[in-house]
Design a protein around this ligand. Structure first.
Ligand SMILES: Cc1cc2nc3c(=O)[nH]c(=O)nc-3n(C[C@H](O)[C@H](O)[C@H](O)COP(=O)(O)OP(=O)(O)OC[C@H]3O[C@@H](n4cnc5c(N)ncnc54)[C@H](O)[C@@H]3O)c2cc1C
Length: 401
């Protein structure tokens, strides 16, 4: 297809996506997009024509991130319209999320050192005004400033601008990558510890060691339909970042069988639909929101709160003392077991690790989905290791060949 045909194909009707934190809204978006996940997606996905033209990408990430709709549901919907090979590109994108989660689960020190590096960068005031200009969209680089403001205003950025933005942040503005990753986590409605941290590290050359991503003016012009062309404003080389330690791989956590008897359900933003895989209904439900050490934007907070609230049917509590609330809820329901969706490495897992339920005789049981259990073991090195196992994972999950 030549460039002219491509642009004709891309003259798509305007389509903006409302971020309503309900399962129905996610399913409605999925239903609308599933038929478009074949060749048109593969050809058009890299183009970003702005907030009002989101017809070429799914914009499903906020719902998938909180598992208001699951990866499996997305794959089912896609495969109802296309064969695996016709929707190959889209399916691979879904598995990128899986890859990042599985990889971080096996290298938790990356998350810990990111947080440490972030705290240091926040306390180091030397580049404070440059950092403030970057997050306010006042650098004088029109595309970068536009994306900074678009992110704050809408809570979403297309994947390609995320890559360009991170690259300009690291290699042109030379700001610490951890501050950029933190800016994203505060403002992305789909903000996810694994995808975000590892994508920033990938751009900077820390994930695939020595391989960086350089944002180029012509590439930006091509994929923004000529809206931006920052000639002469961007770094022309991208020397990989380095760090003074290795992140060793640790085994994936084992999964314990589901305990017998009554239980209370703890709903977190990691998996709002975990109840659907349980054999029995809980006696009580409690929804909790992770309280990260940083403040998130009102858009992020309202989506996350809504997601947990509609899924738990209970008052969402944002207080950091989860133990007391869980003990209270379990005791009212007269249960000694609390079940929750498996929390992958990230803020929720950090808070679960700090719980003190044992003194109250309560045990916490994390339920991991078969999808994660099957796919994560292949996320040990590069994405290719998981990519070549996608057909195997799909078969094991019961998808027809
Ligand atoms: C620097 C940087 C930071 C990022 N931070 C996040 C983040 O915090 N949370 C997040 O969910 N994604 C993050 N991504 C990945 C990606 O940009 C988004 O998942 C994607 O843009 C979401 O839009 P979409 O749903 O329209 O994607 P589509 O193109 O429609 O893709 C379908 C689904 O596949 C998954 N997916 C697609 N691309 C990626 C990818 N590169 N990595 C992981 N999963 C992917 C998502 O679940 C997405 O909903 C980041 C990427 C970069 C470069």
């Amino acid at each position: 297809m030549n460039d002219q045909d491509m642009f004709q194909e891309l003259e798509l009707p305007s389509e903006t996506v409302e971020f309503t934190p309900t399962r129905q809204a996610g399913l409605a978006r999925l239903e609308k997009f599933a038929s478009r996940t074949g060749q048109p997606y593969a050809r058009q996905r890299n183009h970003d024509f702005g907030t009002a033209l989101r017809r070429n990408v799914s914009v499903l990430s906020p719902w998938i991130r909180h598992r208001l709709i699951t990866e499996e549901e997305v794959l089912h919907a896609v495969l109802a319209h296309h064969s695996i090979s016709a929707a190959e590109k889209f399916i691979q994108e879904v598995f990128w999320r899986t890859y990042f989660k599985g990889w971080l689960e096996q290298r938790p020190s990356v998350w810990a050192t990111y947080q440490y590096g972030l705290a240091r960068a926040l306390n180091d005031g030397t580049r404070y005004s440059d950092y403030q200009d970057a997050i306010a969209g006042r650098t004088g680089i029109a595309c970068f400033d536009h994306w900074a403001q678009e992110l704050v205003r809408t809570g979403y950025l297309h994947n390609h601008p995320r890559m360009w933005f991170a690259s300009i942040w690291i290699f042109t503005l030379r700001l610490p990558w951890q501050l950029g990753a933190d800016f994203f986590l505060r403002h992305l409605i789909d903000g996810d510890p694994a995808s975000n941290t590892l994508s920033w590290r990938w751009v900077g050359g820390l994930h695939t060691k020595g391989k960086t991503y350089l944002a180029r003016p012509d590439n930006i012009a091509k994929y923004t339909g000529g809206r931006f062309h920052p000639v002469g404003q961007l770094a022309t080389v991208a020397e990989p970042l380095t760090e003074p330690f290795e992140h060793h791989r640790v085994p994936l956590p084992t999964i314990d069988p589901m305990p017998d008897g009554n239980f209370s359900l703890l709903v977190t933003g990691e998996d709002c639909q975990i109840e659907t895989v349980l054999a029995h209904s809980p006696k009580a439900r409690l929804g909790v929101l992770a309280t990260p050490s940083f403040e998130v934007s009102p858009l992020v907070l309202s989506f996350a709160t809504g997601a947990v609230e509609v899924s738990s049917g209970a008052v969402v509590n944002t207080r950091s003392d989860w133990s007391g609330q869980i003990i209270d809820a379990a005791s009212v329901a007269e249960t000694k077991t609390v079940v929750t969706g498996f929390a992958p490495v990230g803020t929720v897992a950090d808070q679960l690790a700090e719980l003190n339920l044992r003194d109250a005789g309560i045990t916490l049981h994390q339920v991991r989905r078969d999808y994660d259990t099957l796919a994560w073991p292949y996320a040990t090195k590069g994405f290719f290791g998981l990519k070549k196992k996608i057909p195997h994972v799909l078969r094991a999950l019961g998808f027809a060949a």
